[in-house]
Design a protein around this ligand. Structure first.
Ligand SMILES: *Cc1c(COP(=O)(O)O)cnc(C)c1O
Length: 381
């Protein structure tokens, strides 16, 4: 477990979590539902703003599974999904025995390419398979080209699912990520910008969807004096203990966003004069990233052959964790024979990119150490 001294994105507690957890114990209310669950949902609703409502669940993955079901995805349907992401975005499509159709990224935000999205819709429709839903991700906290994606969804009348697992606190044109899809999903897994230890939420401004999400997440019990079921349900609710951790974390969310953004700023400044290293950041002022993870692209042509794999090794030797960018889904053994629309953007990002330590509890000394190891290894060559 102690492979690294400096982790990529460890939990960063506020100290207040334990009070909310203790409250659950004091009230002997440690199961699903309860004051912490309601409190956490309310805190998030006020943070997200607008008409969004929130249902607390036991993971981001179960939230995605529920969201796809609620948006009407069924066995045999085709679902257009961002190719460059974590497998948890796509797996729930498979749980439903639907088929993921993978779409490449564009270079500005590294997210779903509107161009290939439209091409895929036209091509699938020509094959007699109009896609049932579109799933996009705001990867590493960076909002996607949301206006363009929404316009395409509207033009072809296809519902949108926003995987905002990594982008709590990010915004696009002033509106918070996690509020853009017909349904959206946020994760509170241990490595995200804030954590409830594990957990996720389903978000929508559609009251009927919210109501159905609560129903399905708690075993789909009909209104009756006995246990009556006319649909298949799930046990996806968030525990009141877990929600206590989440409530404690909500008290410091704004601080965590400031800290991660200043880490991105630090990396940008320190690598500005190093040829061959580009820090991923917002293309223009419409995009506001929480910079959940700060990522660099390394161009070996400008670094005398030093690549991201070499830098990753050198950092690991010093006890510092770094990570390749997500391996594209169409390159994963589980999705290898899937449909893919695009060129090689996701491939290229995977080949040339590295996520650097980005936790809000990183010290200035640690940031200096990380960047100097990278610079030293590039200059030596
Ligand atoms: C973390 C993550 C998920 C899954 O969330 P869990 O809470 O871990 O189930 C889904 N999609 C993306 C993009 C993620 O980063």
């Amino acid at each position: 477990m102690n492979k690294y001294r400096i982790w990529i994105s460890p939990p960063h507690l506020s100290g207040k979590e334990i009070d909310f957890v203790k409250d659950a114990f004091d009230k002997n209310w440690i199961t699903t539902m309860g004051d912490n669950v309601t409190g956490f949902e309310n805190d998030l609703q006020s943070f997200l703003g607008g008409n969004s409502e929130v249902v607390a669940l036991n993971s981001g993955t179960s939230a995605l599974h529920l969201a796809l079901m609620l948006l009407g995805v069924q066995k045999g349907d085709w679902v257009l999904c961002q190719d460059f992401t974590f497998a948890a975005t796509i797996n729930p499509v498979i749980y439903l025995e639907a088929k993921p159709v993978l779409i490449d990224s564009e270079r500005l935000t590294w997210n779903l390419s509107p161009e290939y999205l439209e091409e895929a819709i036209i091509d699938c429709s020509r094959k007699g398979k109009k896609p049932k839903a579109i799933v996009w991700v705001n990867l590493y906290g960076m909002p996607a080209q949301i206006d363009e994606i929404q316009a395409i969804a509207q033009k072809y009348d296809i519902v949108l699912l926003e995987d905002a697992a990594e982008s709590l606190g990010s915004a696009y044109k002033g509106q918070k990520c996690g509020t853009f899809g017909n349904a959206s999903v946020i994760s509170f897994n241990g490595n995200k910008i804030i954590t409830s230890s594990s957990g996720g939420v389903f978000v929508s401004s559609d009251k009927a969807l919210i109501c159905r999400a609560r129903f399905l997440a708690s075993q789909a019990r009909d209104t009756a004096d006995w246990y009556q079921h006319s649909q298949i349900g799930y046990n996806y609710g968030m525990s009141n203990i877990v929600a206590g951790v989440g409530r404690g974390q909500m008290t410091v969310l704004e601080d965590r966003i400031v800290a991660r953004r200043s880490i991105n700023r630090y990396y940008r400044d320190v690598f500005a004069s190093i040829p061959g290293i580009t820090v991923h950041t917002e293309p223009d002022e419409r995009f506001f990233s929480n910079h959940w993870l700060s990522c660099i692209l390394v161009d070996p042509k400008q670094t005398d052959g030093v690549d991201c794999a070499f830098l990753r090794e050198k950092l690991a030797e010093e006890g510092i964790e770094s990570r390749f960018l997500w391996k594209p889904m169409h390159r994963q053994p589980i999705f290898e024979n899937g449909h893919f629309y695009g060129e090689h953007v996701s491939d290229e990002l995977f080949r040339t990119g590295l996520c650097l330590p980005s936790g809000s509890n990183l010290s200035t000394d640690e940031l200096e150490e990380i960047s100097s190891i990278i610079i030293k290894n590039i200059k030596r060559c």
